[in-house]
Unconditional design. Structure first.
Length: 206
């Protein structure tokens, strides 16, 4: 039996890590085995690509950026995600191909369809059973992120207009695939969000 594949999406500052922690704990309490990972950088090779994408000094063109994300995703999918799912392990990812469509396809003003096609090619068509989109106004999300005191990486340093465009790109994706996406208002309390997410995941497990 194949494991459940769940991805978390959203702009920076919406609380993905916290909700992933809580969902991972919930699934563990149900007796299910889980693999938690992230993109970019969920493998040893991926860490090298992540450093190039997020911490490399100097300019990086939008197409080069998109291709590096796709390369990371292809390797991550082949070596980590698919083997775990085949063993019946639930996989929870912090970002997947929808991030590329929203960030590079919309935020970088590339062709969203081309970026989606590129990502689907990289993963051989593998889509999550459920994509949880944590949605929040970009200005509010960035204000929350800034309170962490962490130094922003190359993408996190973009202006609020970039992140609002990315947010709208996500919402458009969710509207196009309502059967896969579950949109959660990230301005709610942590436990309120977690309850909604647990209920939606439990529906898939019935």
């Amino acid at each position: 039996m194949s494991g459940l594949f769940i991805s978390f999406e959203g702009i920076d500052g919406v609380g993905k890590s916290t909700q992933i922690d809580l969902l991972e704990k919930h699934l563990s309490q149900l007796g299910r085995k889980t693999l938690r990972s992230f993109e970019p950088g969920g493998t040893e090779l991926g860490q090298e690509i992540r450093n190039m994408l997020l911490h490399r000094k100097g300019q990086l063109g939008a197409r080069a950026e998109a291709l590096l994300f796709a390369a990371d995703r292809a390797h991550h999918s082949d070596t980590k995600v698919k083997p775990a799912l085949a063993e019946g392990i639930d996989v929870i990812l912090d970002r997947y191909l929808d991030s590329s469509v929203a960030y590079q396809g919309v935020g970088r003003d590339l062709d969203a369809k081309q970026i989606r096609d590129l990502s689907l090619f990289a993963v051989q068509g593998l889509l999550p059973n459920l994509t949880i989109l944590l949605d929040m106004d970009a200005a509010a999300a960035l204000a929350r992120r800034d309170k962490t005191g962490n130094e922003p990486d190359r993408l996190e340093s973009e202006k609020v207009e970039f992140f609002e465009a990315v947010r709208q790109g996500y919402l458009k994706l969710a509207a196009a695939e309502p059967e896969r996406f579950f949109v959660v208002d990230a301005s709610q309390g942590i436990e309120q969000m977690a309850e909604l997410i647990r209920a939606r995941v439990d529906e898939l497990l019935k």
